[in-house]
Design a protein around this ligand. Structure first.
Ligand code: NAP
Length: 248
């Protein structure tokens, strides 16, 4: 176990199999946290496990489809039994969803996008809030997108979910703002070199974009016990630490 700023702490990351979530899980592990890694792709979770061990930490692998709301509920109970509390929750998993005019979206695709990007995050709040309250320094970060603030043709389902995630996180922050030990914030990575970005912009040269590892360092900063803000949205690049509180 490393002696980093998260040594002895438990951190749950959704979408830990690739992209920003995987890089965040590794950054948190390098800071000393035990990682609870969530995703559907078991092989990718096992590869992550190897890298976390090499970084001197440990992981609990949870192959889970975020459409399984009951599974998210059960996870909270299982983590309580095993660890007694949770210190960090990074709600990162997401899908782009159909990039189709609103009038032509298949209802099943609409539903699936809302379930993974929005409802699963609420189910995690429901499942994990009691565990985070038991931490000495509970930190939650929900991953949003610039799409939450733009109405662009064909981005409807994705943008709707990200706008909703922002009010979800801000509501949770308002409900917990009297707790000195629990902070809830939002993070917008901006364009990042991942599979999702390549799917949205197939003609773009990925090498022109920041790597998930760079973005992950910014998410790590929001997860540290020393980070005291709550109810805010942070835009990458964090080296500028441009932050703003959304209009009330
Ligand atoms: P990515 O590379 O496509 O990774 C998405 C992750 O979500 C994967 O680990 C995937 O795991 C997981 N996931 C998707 N559906 C799931 C399901 N049904 N159940 C469980 N896990 C599921 O995407 P990314 O770019 O890293 O995106 C991470 C977050 O950043 C997302 O919330 C995205 O909206 C946001 N974001 C990204 C960018 C960008 O430019 N990349 C910009 C703004 C915001 P499995 O497939 O193994 O289940």
């Amino acid at each position: 176990m490393t002696d980093g700023p998260l040594a002895g702490r438990y951190a749950l990351v959704t979408g830990a199999t690739r992209g920003i979530g995987r890089a965040t899980a590794l950054a948190l592990a390098e800071a000393g946290a035990h990682i609870i890694a969530i995703g559907r792709t078991s092989g990718a979770l096992e590869e992550l496990d190897d890298e976390i061990r090499q970084a001197g930490s440990n992981a609990t692998l949870v192959p889970l489809d975020l459409k399984d709301g009951d599974g998210i509920d059960r996870l909270g109970g299982a983590l309580y039994e095993r660890f007694g509390h949770l210190d960090v929750f990074v709600g990162n998993a997401g899908v782009l969803g159909p990039m189709t005019p609103l009038a032509q979206i298949d209802p099943k695709e609409w539903e699936a996008t809302l379930t993974v990007n929005l409802t699963a995050n609420w189910r995690f709040i429901r499942s994990l809030d009691p565990l985070l309250r038991l931490s000495t320094a509970g930190r939650a970060v929900l991953v949003s997108s610039g799409a939450a603030h733009k109405a662009r043709a064909y981005w409807g389902p994705y943008a709707v979910t990200k706008a909703a995630v922002e009010i979800l996180a801000r509501t949770w922050a308002a409900e917990t703002e009297n707790l000195s030990n629990l902070k809830v914030n939002l993070f917008n990575p901006g364009p990042t070199r991942t599979r999702m970005r390549a799917k949205a912009y197939p003609g773009e040269d990925p090498e022109t974009l920041p790597a998930p590892e760079d973005v992950a360092q910014a998410i790590l900063a929001l997860c540290l016990p020393s980070f005291e803000e709550t109810g805010k949205l942070y835009d990458f690049p964090m080296r500028k630490f441009r932050e703003f509180r959304l209009p009330e």
